[in-house]
Design a protein around this ligand. Structure first.
Ligand SMILES: *[C@@H]1O[C@H](CO)[C@@H](O)[C@H](O)[C@H]1NC(C)=O
Ligand SMILES: *[C@@H]1O[C@H](CO)[C@@H](O)[C@H](O)[C@H]1NC(C)=O
Length: 204
């Protein structure tokens, strides 16, 4: 699975606690100078946005990795969305490694998420818990690859077996197409495996 610099995208609406949002943004920003930090603000007032920015500033100065944060935060962005739907559409295009939802009824919005490595739902679900203790794996796709790949999960350790049974009537419909394709590839025995059955079926 392609894994690159770590990313977080936080979607926040009027219910979001500025201190929680800021802490989540900073916990990504302290990873490294190449960390990607995005805040999508859903119809937030200028006062609410300022409160978040002030919290980022205050909390950052108390961090021992403040020098890393000083380099990663200037590259972070705030996107303003009019509605939750618009915010989630942006996030689906961005396909973040970590998506944190500071939204009213956050769990009801999860089914709209189409692309994300892992989703952290509601005010009391910091990404830190997923990284260390809450059970989901933190090996997740970055750089937009959440469009194509899933993070490590229990399915990654299961194998799958396919099987099929074709009826005589089914083979009469499908067989000629298969025999023709086998002929085209010069695989006569493949074609015979179909034709021997079709001849038998036509005698019944
Ligand atoms: C939140 O859920 C309540 C109860 O189901 C509903 O009345 C309200 O409209 C929902 N709000 C949002 C923003 O989804
Ligand atoms: C994530 O999965 C990898 C591969 O199985 C494993 O080595 C690692 O311990 C897991 N980490 C967490 C936090 O579950």
């Amino acid at each position: 699975m392609p894994a690159g610099p770590s990313e977080v995208l936080v979607i926040a609406d009027y219910t979001a606690n500025p201190a929680f949002v800021a802490a989540d943004l900073l916990s990504q920003a302290e990873h490294g100078v190449d960390s990607q930090v995005v805040l999508v603000a859903v119809d937030l007032t200028p006062e609410h946005l300022s409160a978040i920015e002030k919290e980022v500033d205050d909390q950052a100065h108390a961090l021992s990795r403040v020098e890393i944060v000083r380099e990663s935060i200037p590259k972070s962005i705030i996107v303003k969305a009019a509605t939750v739907e618009e915010a989630i559409a942006f996030s689906n295009d961005y396909a973040p490694e970590h998506l944190i939802l500071h939204l009213e009824n956050a769990s009801q919005k999860v089914p709209s998420v189409e692309n994300a490595g892992s989703v952290f739902v509601g005010p009391y679900t910091p990404e830190s818990c997923g990284d260390y203790a809450s059970g989901t794996n933190h090996t997740l796709p970055t750089n937009g690859y959440a469009r194509q790949f899933s993070g490590i999960n229990t399915l990654s350790f299961q194998k799958h077996i396919t099987s099929q049974e074709i009826t005589a009537a089914g083979l009469e419909g499908l067989g000629p197409v298969v025999a023709t394709l086998a002929d085209c590839e010069g695989l006569q025995a493949h074609a015979n495996a179909v034709r021997v059955r079709l001849r038998e079926a036509s005698r019944r």
